[in-house]
Design a binder for this molecule. Structure first.
Ligand code: NAD
Length: 371
């Protein structure tokens, strides 16, 4: 795995155009025109695990543009409880093998895939085939090839695809994007970020087939995301990476426990990234000639703190990053706008993830990145 990571299907210019065109009118699904224009869209959550229950469930009680209208679960009993709580019919409780039947359910406009990473592709494709717009959780999939298949399926079905990148809706991170837009400090050229926690219990996150990898897939992707916020969504030209020796090899059999990487950008900027399932970090810092920005805790659901060289960032914390993120997608669907966190962005991040793994596998070789 020491060859350059090359995109066969989307040129860098096409991709950057798609990202920067966020907000432009793309298409308007016919069923959402006219009298229905202001209706709350129906969302069905696929996979009622920790994130769906702990974060998306309360978020769906705060959304203004959409409401929970169904679930897909392996436990019909659990699904019935959600139906009761949110007031949708039992007929809107589906199993993973009956997702195709959602095609006949006009109450469901959007499907939110919250299953283990390695299952995102099959669930997104099933939702698209049922004619539903889709949000998939991060990381978008296990591989760039899977991302391509997901994007193609949504394109064929004429539905939108978005990734659950909630931090794009958080005000502390918005300050970083504002600094990039205004160039108040000039371009950020020296960046450093890490996200790590100590994984205590054995679960799918430590199994390559379901997780795609170790902490890079789960946590490191946030650092990659944040770095590209700091570059104005300009991807790196090259990545080199090193896996660190495992302290608990019995736990992390076929995935990394800790990995660090260096990203190089065309303008000379660099970022040092770090992620681990056996450490504690939750930070990002970006320096420019005219000032700096830093955030930490950086990637949490709440309690974020950010500062710049001018002082603390005064932002009102959100009640729920997720509510804003889901509402924004509902608006994109309803009004025919492009999501600011589209499938192409999730795919871009997987190109970087594959470059990190390719470099680490080749002993730290510099891998050129072509998104
Ligand atoms: P989880 O293990 O708590 O839940 C996973 C759900 O998928 C469970 O309901 C489980 O029953 C279901 N599932 C279906 N088929 C399965 C299979 N073959 N093996 C295992 N589970 C299966 O995981 P989670 O923490 O809810 O994570 C789900 C997704 O959400 C992941 O992609 C994760 O990266 C993402 N996530 C995102 C955030 C965020 O902040 N955006 C936070 C946590 C998790």
């Amino acid at each position: 795995m020491n060859t350059p990571v090359v995109s066969p299907s989307v040129s860098r210019r096409q991709f950057l155009g798609q990202i920067s065109a966020a907000g432009a009118v793309a298409f308007a699904p016919r069923s959402l025109f006219g009298a229905d224009a202001q209706k709350k869209l129906g969302v069905a959550i696929v996979g009622l695990g920790g994130y769906a229950t702990g974060q998306l469930r309360p978020a769906m009680k705060l959304t203004k543009n959409c409401r929970l209208a169904g679930v897909v679960t392996g436990s019909r009993e659990k699904g019935m409880k959600w139906a009761q709580e949110f007031g949708f019919p039992e007929t809107s409780v589906y199993g993973y093998d009956t997702m195709a039947q959602m095609a006949g359910n006009p109450d469901i406009d959007i499907v939110y895939v919250v299953t283990p990473n390695g299952l995102h592709a099959q669930h997104v494709i099933a939702a698209a085939k049922a004619g539903k717009h889709v949000i998939t959780e991060k990381p978008m999939a296990n591989t760039v090839a899977d991302c391509d298949a997901m994007i193609a399926a949504c394109k064929t079905a004429g539905v939108k695809l978005s990734v659950g990148y909630r931090l794009h809706f958080d005000p502390f991170h918005e300050e970083l994007r504002r600094l990039v837009r205004t160039q108040e400090f000039g371009p950020f050229t020296k960046m450093d970020g890490g996200f790590a926690f100590v994984m205590g219990t054995m679960q799918w996150r430590a199994q390559k087939q379901l997780a795609g990898g170790g902490p890079l897939m789960d946590l490191g992707v946030y650092v990659l995301q944040e770095t590209l916020m700091a570059t104005g969504e300009v991807p790196p030209v090259a990545i080199s990476a090193m896996e660190l020796p495992k302290k608990r090899p019995e736990f992390f059999v076929d995935v990394e426990e800790t990995i660090k990487w260096t990203m190089e950008f065309a303008n000379g900027a660099r970022c040092e990234g770090y992620t681990s399932y056996n450490d504690n970090r939750n930070d990002f810092r970006a320096e420019a000639s005219g000032g700096w920005y830093q955030v930490g805790p950086a990637y949490s659901y709440s309690g974020l703190k950010a500062a710049t060289s001018l002082g603390p960032v005064a932002a009102t914390p959100l009640k729920s990053q997720q509510a804003l993120q889901i509402d924004d997608f509902a608006l994109c669907v309803r009004d025919g706008l492009n999501s600011r966190v589209p499938g192409e962005m999730g795919r871009r991040d997987m190109v970087m993830v594959e470059a990190v793994y390719a470099s680490a596998a080749a002993g730290g070789k510099r891998i050129e990145v072509r998104v």
